[in-house]
Design a protein around this ligand. Structure first.
Ligand SMILES: Cc1cc2nc3c(=O)[nH]c(=O)nc-3n(C[C@H](O)[C@H](O)[C@H](O)COP(=O)(O)OP(=O)(O)OC[C@H]3O[C@@H](n4cnc5c(N)ncnc54)[C@H](O)[C@@H]3O)c2cc1C
Length: 350
């Protein structure tokens, strides 16, 4: 990344739908100060292609942004920051037990969860996750025992290195825990234009996660009631980025071997452990952070949230360096007490 923004004049006139020197503070939920050299929104695939051509003619880097709820924004983002303004929802097929629906990348995630019950079920537990449909496959968003991968048929987009439109089946996407192909081999190479979901026509709620277990008794539970319950739980636990800037869970729950988890359990018998297939165990990053005393503590303008130790918040005036200093301090404390590595969930942008 160049640290100096080019003067737009050097590139000649930009198309009218490409803005220059755009403030990105309102485009990231940690409210980090940042500027984009160029900022563009596309409303159709031909418009996207013409922006891509312009970007290539000028040999500019390009990054795609959704709602900015899972990024660590660098102060100067050189090249073009692109957003999808495409917001169509189109039912494709229905075989009596499932319905397939194509949803454009620019649709707000929660709006889609609420709308999805017109066609089928399966997304209820993912209500109120901030961001866009286009970003949902990137880290395979998940909450309360459900991952978006469970309902994805395929992902469509443009692969920049091959300049080709492409369709990735759920299998191709190699979804994992907060992970997919789009974070590895295809990182920054794909512009997702729409996602095709496969919704079940039968409502079979997932209620195994702690706070949802009380709903198991409710035999006439409706999808609307489940979405409402999820929204209530989330509002009571997680700070709203509109009033307290944050990016949700700042660290992933670490995966360790069964052997490591067993030996930690001997030392810390109350430690929560979620046993996984393949001889693995997931530890609760929030619990580890609490144990090392960082819940409710901060450095400079950044702090680990009082009610939810896993959420890093800012006071709206934090720089990226403030956030990184706190990240390193928390990682160091967890490493020295538990010998466990905490990996941040948000990705650098720019
Ligand atoms: C309060 C709060 C709670 C949260 N809770 C959860 C939770 O429960 N579960 C969970 O999994 N996450 C959670 N998150 C994280 C976040 O909401 C999700 O990761 C979400 O999918 C990010 O969407 P976005 O549109 O904001 O993506 P952005 O933050 O804008 O982008 C994230 C990444 O996706 C890429 N990207 C975005 N759009 C596209 C596209 N169209 N094509 C290709 N790449 C793209 C970006 O380049 C970037 O690398 C939470 C965040 C907050 C602030």
């Amino acid at each position: 990344m160049s640290s100096v923004l080019r003067k737009p004049v050097r590139l000649g006139l930009t198309p009218s739908d490409i803005h220059t020197n755009t403030d990105l503070r309102l485009h990231n939920t940690l409210s980090l100060p940042a500027k984009a050299e160029f900022f563009a929104t596309f409303h159709s695939v031909p418009e996207l292609l013409s922006i891509l051509r312009w970007t290539e003619q000028h040999e500019l880097p390009l990054r795609i942004l959704g709602g900015g709820s899972n990024v660590l924004m660098r102060p100067l983002v050189s090249g073009v920051v692109l957003r999808s303004g495409m917001r169509a929802i189109q039912p494709l097929n229905n075989d009596g037990s499932h319905c397939w629906v194509a949803v454009d990348a620019g649709v707000n995630w929660h709006d889609w969860v609420v709308a999805s019950r017109t066609w089928g079920f399966g997304l209820e537990n993912l209500a109120l996750i901030p961001g866009t449909v286009g970003a949902s496959p990137i880290q395979n968003i998940g909450a309360y025992g459900v991952e978006v991968a469970d309902c994805i048929e395929h992902v469509e987009g443009i692969q920049r290195s091959t300049q080709q439109w492409h369709r990735w089946s759920a299998n191709d996407c190699r979804f994992g825990y907060r992970d997919s192909l789009f974070k590895h081999e295809l990182a920054d190479d794909v512009i997702i234009t729409r996602v095709v979901f496969r919704l079940s026509k039968h409502f079979q709620p997932t209620l195994s996660y702690g706070p949802l277990q009380s709903l198991q008794e409710q035999h006439d539970l409706t999808p609307e009631q489940l979405v409402d319950a999820i929204c209530r739980i989330r509002r009571s636990k997680l700070p709203d980025p509109a009033s307290i800037p944050n990016a949700g869970s700042f660290f992933k729950n670490p995966l360790v071997s069964n052997q490591v988890a067993q030996s930690l359990l001997q030392q810390y018998p109350t430690m929560p452990v979620y046993w996984q297939p393949n001889n693995q165990a997931k530890l609760a990053a929030g619990w580890l952070i609490e144990q090392v005393g960082w819940r409710g503590r901060g450095l400079s303008h950044a702090k680990m949230h009082d009610q939810q130790a896993l959420v890093l918040t800012t006071d709206g005036n934090a720089s990226l360096a403030d956030v990184e200093a706190l990240q390193v301090a928390v990682q160091g404390a967890v490493m020295s007490q538990f010998s466990v590595t905490l990996e941040p969930e948000p990705q650098y942008f720019g």
